[in-house]
Structure formats: structure tokens, C-alpha cells
Design a binder for this molecule. Structure first.
Ligand code: RIB
Length: 311
């Protein structure tokens, strides 16, 4: 089964802080570390660790961060030969603050990710259209994503779009998206208002399903995940674990969903599996470094209570 990813590669510069700062505030930091990241890169590495044959597409600069990101992706088993290096442009960088409860704040400078273009998509289209599942996120420009979605054949690949960082999606042909996977904040942004209770979730789901998306999967952190289809909404409870860093948990989730769907599993099984992959990722620091292998997810699912924090 083949998974293709078109997305970002970032070097993450991460500081642990006592708490996340408010606007204008300075807070003391503790450790400072550099981790390979970027939503596209994380999802590609996660899918490879979960057993898929993965091709990653995107851009890095011709600097040492780009070199390192490509090396780490290759070492994880990802085919990154389609990632192009853009001369004179820096590789994408993310600044990440992580609080003791694992919650984070992220700002990123796209650098080379911002150079992904329609011409590039045209060049790599023959590989993208052969994938069983295609993973997309929003750390690259929207125009080439819209172009790609319009060019894809109806029957394949299945498309999973992670609307992060959230943006207005009205320029995208959403009827070509099979799974849209916002978190709660992103969902609120997409429908123009906070989504707090179940009724608000149902209303938001109805609005998004009306755009032609077939499945809406809401990643709701400690509340688990929700699947909204035309038939209604189903909740998948979260695993309770000791969180140290939520970075890339959403990427682990999307990659696991992709791998399961590529293997022909149904959405219910795939989302349960994705919840487990995300739960493991939040117990580890960093982005790519936190992503579990297939064996680790299987072990977790065999003995979930052993890994979960006591209630
Ligand atoms: O989803 C986590 C990722 O978001 C980080 O690795 C960072 O690079 C930002 O893009």
C-alpha cells in the first residue's frame, strides 16, 4: 500500500517553558532542542514507521537544516527523492514552546515550503496520483493544493486533508477531499465560531459536509476524536496518558488514519488506531522523534491499560 505526502519540512526549535506566555509576556525557558519536523515530514515519517511505502514531496532550502531533514526522512524509510532543494531560500523553521502539561504554541516561517508551486505539482503528479492515500496539510501555499485536487482522478487516491495551520478553504475543491481532520480550534475557525458542545459540533459538521467532504474527523485532544458523516456523529474516546509534548500528535493521528485506510480498513477501525498512535506521540518529546512504530502501536493496543494513566 502506497501513501504519498505533499507538505512541509521544518526544523523545529523547541523550548520547554514553565507555562505558555500571554501576549507581551516573557516566561523563563528550560531546555532548548532542535528536532526534525514540519507537518508533511512528520506525517510521512509516521506513515513509514507504521509500515507504509511512503513518498514525500515538498521543498527544503540548500542549507544544513534541509540536508538534515532529508537525511532523517530517508533514515526513517521515506522516499524523499521528490523533495526539491531551492537554492538561496532557507528551509522552513518552526519555533515551539512546550508547557509541562504538553500543550504547545507554534509559529513557523515557511521558507522553502512557500515555494511549492503548480509547476512542481505538475512534475510530481504521476507519483501522487498512483498512491492509495494522499496526505495534505496547509503549510504549503493553497493554490498548488487546489490545482492538485482538481487534477486527481476521482477513483484514487483517497485524500486526507489536515487543515493546519487553519486557513480559509473556499478556494479548494473540497468535494475531492475524503477526510478533513481539524482539531476543535481549527473546526471553530472553519465554521466561524467556537465549537463547544455536541450540538455545535453537529452543526459545524453539517456545514462542512455540505461542501462535499465525505468524512469529517475532529481531533478533540482529551475528548478523543469524532467522526461526522452524513449518517451522524460517532465519538472515539481518547486514551489517558501522561502527556509531555503534544507536538506532532495530530500528525501521528493523520498518518495512522492514512495507513489503516490504505490497507482497506474501515474508518471506525482506522480512527481507533489513530487515537492510539497519537496517544503514544504525546508521551514523547519532539515531532518526528515522537512518532511510534507499528509494533509500538500494536503493543499499546494489546495492553492499553498498562500505558494509560490511572483515572
Ligand atoms: O504538527 C507539528 C508540526 O507543526 C511541527 O513539527 C512544526 O514544524 C509545525 O509545522
Amino acid at each position: 500500500m502506497k501513501v504519498a505526502v505533499l507538505g512541509s519540512l521544518n526544523m523545529d526549535l523547541v523550548m520547554e517553558v514553565e507555562r505558555l506566555p500571554r501576549p507581551g509576556e516573557t516566561v523563563p525557558g528550560k531546555g532548548f532542542t532542535r528536532y526534525p519536523g514540519g507537518k508533511g515530514n512528520n506525517q510521512a515519517i509516521a506513515a513509514a514507521r507504521l509500515g507504509a511505502k511512503v513518498s514525500l514531496f515538498g521543498h527544503v532550502g540548500d542549507d544544513s537544516f534541509g540536508e538534515e531533514l532529508l537525511r532523517v526522512a530517508r533514515e526513517a524509510g521515506v522516499d524523499a527523492s521528490g523533495v526539491e532543494r531551492i537554492p538561496g531560500v532557507p528551509t522552513g523553521v518552526a519555533l515551539i514552546l512546550v508547557a509541562p502539561d504538553g500543550q504547545n504554541q507554534i509559529a513557523y516561517a515557511p521558507g522553502a515550503n512557500g515555494r511549492v508551486s503548480e509547476a512542481y505539482v505538475e512534475r510530481v503528479l504521476p507519483v501522487l496520483r498512483e498512491a492509495d492515500v494522499l496526505l495534505l496539510q496547509l503549510e504549503v501555499p493553497l493554490a498548488p493544493l487546489a490545482f492538485l485536487l482538481r487534477k486527481l482522478p476521482e477513483e484514487r487516491p483517497l485524500v486526507i486533508l489536515d487543515p493546519a495551520p487553519v486557513r480559509d478553504l473556499s478556494s479548494l475543491p473540497l468535494a475531492r477531499v475524503d477526510f478533513l481532520t481539524p482539531n476543535r480550534e481549527e473546526l471553530g475557525h472553519l465554521v466561524g465560531g467556537a465549537v463547544t458542545g455536541r450540538d455545535a459540533l453537529l452543526q459545524a459538521a453539517r456545514a462542512l459536509l455540505a461542501t462535499g467532504i465525505s468524512h469529517l474527523v475532529v481531533k478533540a485532544d482529551k475528548d478523543g476524536a469524532f467522526l461526522a458523516e452524513s449518517g451522524g456523529v460517532t465519538r472515539f474516546p481518547a486514551y489517558r496518558v501522561d502527556a509531555v509534548d503534544a507536538t506532532a500528535a495530530g500528525d501521528a493521528f493523520n498518518a495512522a488514519l492514512a495507513v489503516m485506510l490504505a490497507e482497506g480498513r474501515g474508518p471506525y477501525e482506522a480512527i481507533g488506531y489513530a487515537n492510539a498512535a497519537a496517544a503514544i506521540a504525546v508521551t514523547r518529546r519532539g515531532a518526528a522523534s515522537s512518532l511510534p512504530t507499528r509494533e509500538e502501536v500494536q503493543e499499546f493496543l494489546r495492553h492499553p491499560s498498562a500505558r494509560q494513566r490511572a483515572a
